[in-house]
Design a protein around this ligand. Structure first.
Ligand code: PBG
Length: 340
C-alpha cells in the first residue's frame, strides 16, 4: 500500500529516526564506513612449475593460468610483482613420479629450482611459499607413502611425516620464506617444525592447511598439477565437508604443534569455518579460493551470464569479511589490474 492511499483506519507508519540509508547516499561516506578492504597485498598467487624451457601451457579449465618452466615462471612472478602481488605459492610437476614421491626431495627438484631462480631474480622483493605435499610426485597420486592398513591400501601417516619434513627442509635450503604443508597428515606441523629447527630454520614460519576438506572444487587443479589419485579418494586424510567442530580440533592441534598461520580450504563453501577459526583462535587465517571456485566464475563470465569483475571482487571481499587475513587466488592478477 502506498503512502498516498494510506488507510486512515491504520496507525500512520510515521518516519523513522534511525535511517541506515543516511550512510549510503554519499559515496564518500560509504567509503568512510566501509568495514572490509580488499588489496593486492592480501593476495597470494598460486603458480605451477614444470621441467623444460620456454613452456607456457595454458590450463584449459583455469583460463589465464599456465604450467610454466622455471624461466617463464620467473617472468610471470616479475609481471605479477609489477602489478603489486608480492606473495606466491609454488606447485611442482616433476620430471618423474614414483611410489614414494622421491623427486620431491631432490636438491635440484623442480620447486627447488624455481625457488632459487626466483630468489636470484627478485631478492627479498617477493615472498615464496612452496606447497608441501606428495600428490604431484607419487605415481599413485596420493599425498604420501602407501601401506596396507587392515586390508586396505592407505597413506601411511607416520612414514609420510619423515619425508614431508625432508621436503620442507630441502625447500627452506632453496630459499622458501614460508612453508605450507597441505597433506592433512596427523602431526605434520610438529614433524616439520622439528625438521626445520634442527636444520637451522627456526625463523621460517609454517602456514598449515589445517582445515582442508575432501572437496569436489579441486577438480581443475588436479588437471593443472597432474595429481589426481589413481585409485580411491582422499577421504581418509582430508576432512568431511559436513564437519565444523572437527575443523576447530584440527586447528587447535596444528597451533599446539607450532603452526604460525592457519589455512581453511576451500573458501566459498566454508566461510562459516573461516569465521569460527578467526573468532576462536585469533591467529592469522588464510583462505584458499580454489580452482573449482575460480573455474565457475570464468565459465559463467565467458558465457556472459555474470559480470566477472563485479562477482570476483564480491567473492574475495566476502572471504575477507568472513575473517580471512589473506587469500590464495587465481584471480590475483586480474584483481591487481582492476585495482590499479
Ligand atoms: C594438494 C593440494 C590440492 C590443492 C592444493 N594442494 C589438491 C588436492 O588436495 O587434491 C587444490 C588447490 C585448488 O584446487 O586450487 N597438494
Amino acid at each position: 500500500m502506498s503512502h498516498t492511499h494510506h488507510d486512515a483506519n491504520l496507525p500512520s507508519p510515521g518516519f523513522p529516526t534511525v535511517r541506515p540509508r543516511r550512510l549510503r547516499y554519499n559515496p564518500l561516506v560509504r567509503e568512510l564506513v566501509r568495514e572490509t578492504e580488499l588489496s593486492p597485498r592480501d593476495l597470494i598467487l598460486p603458480l605451477f612449475v614444470r621441467p623444460g624451457t620456454g613452456v607456457r601451457q595454458e590450463i584449459s579449465s583455469m583460463p589465464g593460468n599456465y604450467q610454466l618452466s622455471v624461466d617463464t615462471l620467473v617472468e610471470e612472478v616479475g609481471a605479477a610483482r609489477d602489478l603489486g602481488i608480492k606473495a606466491f605459492m609454488f606447485f611442482g610437476i616433476p620430471e618423474y613420479k614414483d611410489a614414494t614421491g622421491s623427486s620431491a626431495l631432490k636438491h635440484d627438484g623442480i620447486v627447488q629450482q624455481a625457488l632459487r631462480a626466483t630468489r636470484k631474480a627478485y631478492g627479498t622483493d617477493v615472498l615464496l611459499i612452496p606447497d608441501e605435499c606428495f600428490c604431484e610426485y607419487t605415481d599413485h597420486g596420493h599425498c604420501g607413502i602407501l601401506h596396507d592398513h587392515g586390508g586396505k591400501v592407505d597413506v601411511d601417516n607416520d612414514a609420510t611425516l619423515t619425508i614431508l619434513a625432508e621436503q620442507c627442509v630441502s625447500h627452506a635450503k632453496a630459499g622458501a620464506d614460508v612453508i605450507a604443508p597441505s597433506g592433512m597428515m596427523d602431526g605434520m606441523v610438529g614433524a616439520i617444525r622439528r625438521g626445520l629447527d634442527s636444520a637451522g630454520f627456526t625463523h621460517i614460519p609454517i602456514l598449515s592447511y589445517a582445515a582442508k576438506y575432501a572437496s569436489g572444487f579441486y577438480g581443475p587443479f588436479r588437471e593443472a598439477a597432474e595429481s589426481p589419485p589413481q585409485f580411491g579418494d582422499r577421504n581418509t586424510y582430508q576432512m568431511d565437508p559436513a564437519n565444523s567442530d572437527e575443523a576447530m580440533k584440527e586447528v587447535a592441534l596444528d597451533l599446539a604443534e607450532g603452526a604460525d598461520m592457519i589455512m581453511v580450504k576451500p573458501a566459498l563453501s566454508y566461510l562459516d569455518i573461516i569465521r569460527r577459526v578467526k573468532e576462536r583462535f585469533k591467529v592469522p587465517v588464510a583462505a584458499y579460493n580454489v580452482s573449482g571456485e575460480f573455474a565457475m566464475v570464468k565459465a559463467a563470465a565467458a558465457k556472459g551470464w555474470i559480470d566477472e569483475r563485479r562477482v570476483t571482487l564480491e567473492i574475495l571481499l566476502s572471504i575477507r569479511r568472513a575473517g580471512a587475513d589473506m587469500i590464495l587466488t587465481y584471480h590475483a592478477r586480474d584483481v591487481a589490474k582492476w585495482m590499479r
